[in-house]
Write a protein that binds this ligand. Sequence first.
Ligand code: ADE
Length: 231
Amino acid sequence: MWRATVLTLFPEMFPGPLGLSLAGEALGRGVWEIEAADIRRHGLGRHRAVDDTPAGGGAGMVMRADVVAACLDATVPAGDPRPRLYMSPRGAPLTQGRVRSLGHGAGVVVLCGRYEGVDERVVAARGFEEVSIGDYVLSGGELAALVLIDACVRLLPGVMGAAASGLEESFENGLLEYPHYTRPRQFEGRDIPAVLLSGDHGKIAAWRRAEALRLTRERRPDLVKDGPALV
Ligand code: ADE
């Protein structure tokens, strides 16, 4: 079973929204599993301290390497094959390709930072790879972990049914997805493009490819600068 282990100071945030809808139903059916390990339980002293002031001075606090390591070592066996990801705005950007490969594996171990981040030494010593979900800063890694896990779980067999077979989805073919329409035929004076009602599947497919390309050039020229990967 695909399994996510999340190391966090806020275990109550999991499964959170992943307990609802398709991901939640699949969780209930045992298609995947999530475990949130409370880093605070490994904190030091009467106050269970998990952070300290940054070496070299400066603002904020840094999560202690020994505390994070203790939490990981108590939660994840040494030979666990799952990749260890540390959610951080400094990380390599998450892509659909990476999501796909994570979805095909045994699961993920995800470390969520708070404050200014985590002591660099535990990241190195325990083989964490830094992953970012975008060029903006969240107040902690938890929401980023939920995003990453959601993106993986929806690809697991049996989670999305027919919809996830979507090779047509945004990014799956290197392009943004074409626009969708449904009833009513007219909405506030706007029609469904006639080709979609024509019944000509060849024409419909060609229109969708052209729209996908047009939208991608317009909104994400970075995705098509060397021509689309696959059209
Ligand atoms: N933690 C804070 N901001 C983040 C981001 N953009 N991606 C991943 N983890 C984060």
